[in-house]
Design a binder for this molecule. Structure first.
Ligand code: 2P0
Length: 325
């Protein structure tokens, strides 16, 4: 009745931004990501007779009520599958670079899905596990897999066809992502769950965004199959800018960027103009993640470190699939 799982966070190259069903957490469109070895979450779940309520410890301290409630709701799904009412003790720790500002629901719910199902004795196919992880967090469905992963939006109302799967590519072994953390008095960002809902309701660009994603996914997949990093990088940077444009056009606006974010974008363009492989992507925060190669990663990291306002730089390679024991 106890299991420990490890899962890595992922960064999307074609972003998930919007839902077709909030209750089942179904995405409005597909997405495509790279799992990163440097960002690991380790989670232990122990179902214990006699526990009156689920208990959640995050990074060594008792979790906030909102996080505990969301975890309990996820455990309810696992309990329903297992036919048990037993409560669980959950201990989770993020092994992320110091002060990375990249706490991730993706690795968290992927590890929780693996640990909780194993502890409860529930056997699922990989696809069913991805569907389950998606209920916790959309991006978690992708974090079960190593390397590149593609998430399907699906069409069914029950969400059984909204799952992720790994995508093999000759780029997997040599791709790197250099993460530049933007620090210094940055206000807490608008959480992505609320922001994407607000964006869907108010952004005049939202419909165009959702319509754009299938074409970007097809192009990204073709670039992965062909091993064409430049095509993938250009696509990823353009897709991230489209997502942020959609968010910025929301009313009131959702602006995740800081001045340092723009300085980093300029640095990435500068690197590219000198022949360095470097393409930027940004998520629901001011940090910039740069897609590059094993050989160019050191020069990219050096350049990003010198940008004023950057507080940490980490280089990650493609990470492994989630594991449980
Ligand atoms: C992504 N993000 O594709 C996008 C890009 C943020 C920006 O997935 O509501 O925490 O839990 O399904 O997975 C963050 O959204 O959202 C996210 P929920 P999640 O990586």
């Amino acid at each position: 009745m106890k299991a420990t799982a490890r899962a890595c966070a992922n960064i999307a190259l074609v972003k998930y931004w919007g839902k077709r069903d909030a209750r089942l957490n179904l995405p409005a469109a597909g997405s495509l990501s790279l799992t990163l070895d440097a960002l690991v979450t380790e989670t232990t779940v122990a179902f214990e007779a006699g526990l009156a309520a689920d208990e959640l410890e995050l990074d060594g301290v008792r979790a906030k009520a909102a996080d505990a409630v969301r975890t309990s709701e996820f455990l309810d799904l696992v309990r329903a599958l297992a036919g048990t009412t037993m409560r669980a003790r959950v201990t989770s720790a993020n092994h992320f670079p110091t002060a990375s500002g990249l706490a991730s629901s993706a690795s968290g719910y992927a590890a929780l899905a693996l640990a909780a199902t194993t502890a409860a004795g529930v056997t699922l196919t990989t696809r069913e596990l991805s569907v389950l992880a998606r209920r916790g967090s959309g991006s978690a469905a992708r974090s079960l897999f190593g390397g590149f992963a593609r998430m399907h939006a699906g069409e069914r109302a029950d969400g059984t066809d909204a799952y992720a799967e790994p995508l093999a590519s000759p780029l997997t072994s040599r791709v790197r992502m250099v993460i530049a953390v933007v620090g210094g008095g940055v206000a807490k960002a608008f959480g992505s769950r609320d922001a994407m809902e607000h964006c869907a309701e108010t952004s005049p660009l939202y419909a165009a965004w959702v319509a754009l994603v299938p074409a970007d996914l097809a192009a990204a997949r073709a670039a992965l199959v062909a091993g064409d990093l430049a095509a993938l990088g250009e696509l990823a940077e353009a897709n991230a800018l489209a997502m942020h444009a959609t968010a910025m056009a929301s009313r009131p606006a959702v602006i995740y960027w800081q001045p340092t974010t723009l300085a980093l974008l300029a640095a990435v363009r500068g690197l590219r103009s000198t022949g360095v492989a470097a393409w930027a992507t940004m998520d629901a925060g001011p940090h910039v993640k740069v897609l590059t190669t094993d050989t160019d990663a050191p020069v990219v990291a050096l350049a990003l470190r010198s940008v004023a306002g950057v507080t940490a730089v980490t280089t990650a390679a493609a990470g492994p699939a989630g594991t449980v024991s």
